[in-house]
Design a protein around this ligand. Structure first.
Ligand code: PRP
Length: 174
């Protein structure tokens, strides 16, 4: 296994882009409060950095969904491992994802959260891979669009490895 994956986006590039997204979110929700729903596990690094760039009152919630298991392709079945603990009825919800690939995770999550009647619901994602998209997904705040390659680091894993890398890399499988 390659433990020095090729760099796709380096730390500074990511930091600068997250600062831009944070400023945009701060502007768009001016005068309001938001509930940030961080989709575990992959989004935890992006979410931690993003909320520091949002200059608004935030309530943070976590939800855990998974569909990849230890594979590089989606199983097509989205499993909820952990739910948020707070109420979101009447709130401005900002869902924070690490990547939208087939879009099945976010489609499933939006259906679930919508049924709890938030006031508004938007999506921020670190990455978007349009090639495999199967669902109707709008990303309101996107850091980077990428080609169809398996990316790791900055929270993203392959078989639970590489999440700790401070950059986004590409896994070169032998
Ligand atoms: C990854 C990622 C997204 C989802 C995107 O989660 O974090 O939630 O897949 O893929 P999709 O658009 O094809 O549904 P994963 O199942 O790997 O769980 P993890 O976040 O715990 O690593």
């Amino acid at each position: 296994m390659d433990y020095h994956p090729e760099v796709l986006f380096d730390e500074l590039t990511i930091k600068n882009r997250i600062a831009e997204l944070g400023a945009q979110i701060t502007h768009d929700y001016a005068g309001q409060e938001i509930v940030v729903v961080c989709v575990l596990k992959g989004a935890f690094v992006f979410c931690a950095d993003l909320i520091k760039e949002i200059n608004l009152p935030i309530r943070l919630e976590f939800i855990s969904l998974s569909s990849y298991g230890d594979k590089t392709a989606s199983s097509g079945e989205v499993k909820k491992n952990l739910d948020i603990t707070g109420k979101i009825r009447g709130e401005n919800v900002l869902v924070v994802e690490d990547i939208v690939d087939t879009g099945l995770t976010i489609e499933t999550l939006f259906r679930d959260l919508s049924s709890r009647e938030p006031r508004t619901m938007k999506l921020a994602s670190l990455l978007f891979k349009p090639e495999k998209l199967k669902a109707d997904v709008d990303i309101d705040y996107l850091a980077f669009e990428i080609e169809d390659q398996f990316v790791i680091g900055f929270g993203l894993d392959y078989a639970q490895r590489y999440r700790e890398l401070p950059y986004i890399g590409v896994l070169n499988q032998a």
